[in-house]
Write a protein that binds this ligand. Structure first.
Ligand SMILES: *[C@@H]1O[C@H](CO)[C@@H](O)[C@H](O)[C@H]1NC(C)=O
Ligand SMILES: *[C@@H]1O[C@H](CO)[C@@H](O)[C@H](O)[C@H]1NC(C)=O
Ligand SMILES: *[C@@H]1O[C@H](CO)[C@@H](O)[C@H](O)[C@H]1NC(C)=O
Ligand SMILES: *[C@@H]1O[C@H](CO)[C@@H](O)[C@H](O)[C@H]1NC(C)=O
Ligand SMILES: *[C@@H]1O[C@H](CO)[C@@H](O)[C@H](O)[C@H]1NC(C)=O
Ligand SMILES: *[C@@H]1O[C@H](CO)[C@@H](O)[C@H](O)[C@H]1NC(C)=O
Length: 655
């Protein structure tokens, strides 16, 4: 009888382990680390880490709240925990949280991304899912994110030097941190929250590469600002040991590593630089990101990823997988990186799938299984893990035709007066006196001149460079070719050609013509966008007196568009409208491989850019962006539209 009761109790309270049979109920992570009360946060000793005085191997994974629809936060975090991981790591993108200078948004704003910005909720969900958290508040976050997370309005101040101990930069940084740090303080482990550590800056050893001294005073500013706000959790810097040595570090602050190869050598180097501290790799890459013109979607084999993770863990190092789940860089939020070859700038695609253990759309991979299997051998303690949450249903909604259109001229006509500026000369989008003095951040800027006389064989020249791609129209007719190949990035209209010129079509000659130069910001990295290097010339005469129109495609504006016309124009730039009827909203992918280049908007929300050069050909539409019934799908096509839109249940990330 006693045995039977015990057996029943065992069934009720214990979890079945196929290896050991019944075993005593495991504690949750928080039960283990907070038992007896919290007296300390994360601390180090030469061989490892302690949390509240107990050994911990910090096996964490990066999942950015701003790259995952909030309705999927819990499922993604549970997937991380179910793989045995003990913490989630995230950056904080300043540009989203302070969209205009002095205007903050932590989820309660009325901006396109407001829905994604409640990181307090995200971190609370992480804690509910039995995860600790590591937070990297920048200010520079890199992350293949627009301007590395810095707000574009910083570029308005010619005296501002980003990422340095420069007064204007420190002023704006601290003003932002004065909003963010009090929120983060309350979320620290020692205050009953999930945060165990904060990163200071990001690969700062790379700044000043090639001679100039690392600006340690700047790192001190960030450190002091954290101290001032009682961010008492462990602080660290991160660099590649072999490339940067101690250049990005601060005396007395833990150094951590990132690298793509030679884990043993890199970690030995880190130990040499810092013998009395444990090893921690904050970015170990199970995959990589993609950029336009890459020939294929980057993939890393499960074996290679596992070998790297194992090598790191075998060195008794802690590890953060960057990314565990990449998600999506929605809207105009992709970043850019300089490149040694053509293309000289790599603009990142919107999918941030990363070939990570969990795919962009939240599906499990072989890498997930192998990673989970591996890490459990290295955890300091066995704790209770949740069931793996199920994958979402993916639906192929099929083809949808477009039935309405607005030409670019009709779009420009609907841009409010407040987003138009008159100027003698062309200027960068950031410098336009719009958005409460913060300038234009994202999208397209149109340089318009009416009443131009265009003799036949006219030549248009843009002094300097186009930042980044330009479409030229005369009386609404496109003069520039569709960009479909890498060669063209060195031709007129693209960022690689300086002082480019274009002979206008004979058919567009005449008097009283309207010239439009539509310039697209393809993703920023610390420099301004639009036309600003010098004059725009027509037949060697500088054109003056421009009307400059910010075509930002904010959700509210996109939803407000009216005057839809029957489809008649089969060339862009044109905004096409279609309606997707949905009986049950499910995750889906819109396949744009038959289209040229542009952006797709789902119920007003910009889900990203497509570009026939690839490698990415689909855009992910998470179910929460759809609703039962009619869904408005808009496509802003620059060149020539495909025959229809195709909704599929599979991503196409590779050429
Ligand atoms: C932590 O682990 C090390 C190595 O296994 C062990 O020597 C040490 O006693 C542990 N410390 C605590 C506080 O459990
Ligand atoms: C790092 O600093 C050392 C001097 O401490 C210098 O020789 C080296 O060039 C620097 N490396 C980089 C990448 O800046
Ligand atoms: C930081 O902590 C100290 C000591 O507990 C307290 O006096 C001070 O008000 C705190 N400051 C902030 C900004 O929280
Ligand atoms: C991963 O593991 C789960 C559960 O053990 C199993 O059902 C699934 O088939 C595995 N997936 C792959 C891709 O190996
Ligand atoms: C463009 O032309 C100007 C002279 O008008 C010259 O100074 C400049 O170097 C040229 N730039 C490029 C990139 O060729
Ligand atoms: C130029 O064209 C516009 C319409 O495009 C018209 O309103 C205007 O009167 C014309 N001006 C002249 C001088 O012909």
């Amino acid at each position: 009888m006693f045995r039977v009761v015990n057996f029943i109790l065992a069934v009720i309270f214990c979890q079945w382990s196929p290896v050991n049979g019944f075993k005593a109920t495991l504690p949750t992570l928080y039960e283990h680390y907070t038992q007896g009360g919290i007296s300390s946060g994360l601390t180090t000793y030469p061989e490892g880490f302690l949390l509240n005085g107990k050994n911990i191997t910090i096996v964490s994974g990066a999942i950015h709240y701003f790259r995952v629809h909030p309705e999927y936060w819990r499922a993604r975090l549970r997937q991380l925990r179910a793989a045995g991981f003990v913490a989630v790591e995230t950056y904080i993108p300043w540009n989203l949280h302070e969209p205009r200078s002095g205007e903050y948004d932590f989820g309660e704003g009325d901006n396109d991304f407001s829905l994604f910005l409640d990181f307090v909720k995200y971190l609370k969900v992480a804690q509910e899912e039995d995860l600790l958290a590591i937070v990297r508040p920048g200010p520079w976050i890199a992350a293949e994110w627009e301007n590395g997370g810095l707000p574009s309005w910083l570029l308005r101040d010619p005296n501002l030097r980003p990422r340095h101990s420069n007064r204007p930069f420190i002023y704006y940084m601290n003003r932002f941190y004065d909003k963010v740090f009090p929120i983060l303080r309350r979320l620290q482990f020692t205050e009953g929250g999930p945060i165990i550590a904060f990163q200071i800056e990001n690969e700062y050893g790379l700044v000043g590469k090639g001679g100039s001294h690392p600006d340690t005073a700047y790192l001190q500013e960030i450190y002091q600002e954290m101290v001032k706000h009682n961010l008492t959790a462990l602080k660290f810097t991160m660099d590649a040991p072999f490339n940067s040595y101690k250049n990005g570090s601060l005396p007395g602050v833990l150094m951590t590593a990132n690298f793509q190869t030679d884990p043993v050598g890199q970690l030995k180097e880190l130990k040499k630089l810092q013998p009395d501290q444990p090893l921690w790799v904050i970015e170990s890459y199970p995959g990589w990101f993609d950029s336009w013109f890459d020939s294929q979607h980057y993939t890393m084999s499960t074996q290679a990823s596992i070998d790297m993770t194992r090598a790191i863990l075998e060195m008794s190092s802690s590890i953060n997988l960057y990314m565990f789940h990449g998600g999506t860089t929605f809207g105009f939020m992709n970043g850019a990186i300089p490149n040694a070859h053509t293309p000289t700038i790599k603009f990142h695609v919107n999918s941030y799938d990363y070939d990570a253990p969990v795919t962009e759309a939240g599906d499990y991979t072989q890498k997930y299984n192998a990673t989970a299997e591996l890490v459990k051998q290295f955890l300091a303690v066995d704790t209770k893990l949740p069931q793996r949450p199920p994958e979402s249903v993916k639906q192929a909604y099929g083809t949808v035709s477009y039935t309405g259109q607005l030409t670019v001229s009709q779009l420009i006509d609907q841009v409010p007066r407040a987003d138009r500026v008159r100027a003698e000369n062309v200027v960068a989008m950031e410098l336009l006196d719009i958005n409460s003095g913060s300038g234009q951040s994202y999208g397209f800027v149109v340089y318009r001149r009416k009443g131009v006389e265009v003799p036949s064989s006219s030549v248009l020249q843009i002094t300097g460079y186009v930042h980044d791609m330009a479409v030229v129209l005369v009386d609404g007719v496109r003069e520039t070719q569709a960009v479909t190949s890498l060669r063209q990035v060195s031709e007129f209209g693209c960022w690689q050609l300086g002082n480019g010129s274009l002979t206008l079509d004979a058919a567009s000659s005449g008097t009283n013509k309207t010239l439009d130069i539509l310039v697209e910001n393809m993703g920023r990295r610390l420099s301004k966008k639009g036309l600003y290097d010098g004059d725009v010339l027509l037949n060697r005469q500088a054109i003056r007196d421009w009307e400059i129109v910010a075509l930002q495609f904010h959700t509210k504006w996109v939803k407000s568009l009216t005057g839809w016309q029957k489809v008649s124009k089969t060339t862009g730039p044109t905004l096409f409208r279609s309606v997707l009827d949905v009986s049950t909203p499910h995750d889906t992918f819109v396949d744009m491989s038959a289209w040229g280049k542009g952006n797709v908007f789902v119920n007003g929300f910009n889900i990203g850019r497509y570009f026939s050069v690839g490698p990415t050909h689909t855009l992910y539409v998470p179910a929460p962006l759809l609703r039962k019934g009619a869904n408005e799908i808009l496509v802003f096509e620059l060149y020539s539209p495909g025959p229809h839109l195709t909704f599929t249940d599979q991503p196409k990330l590779s050429n």
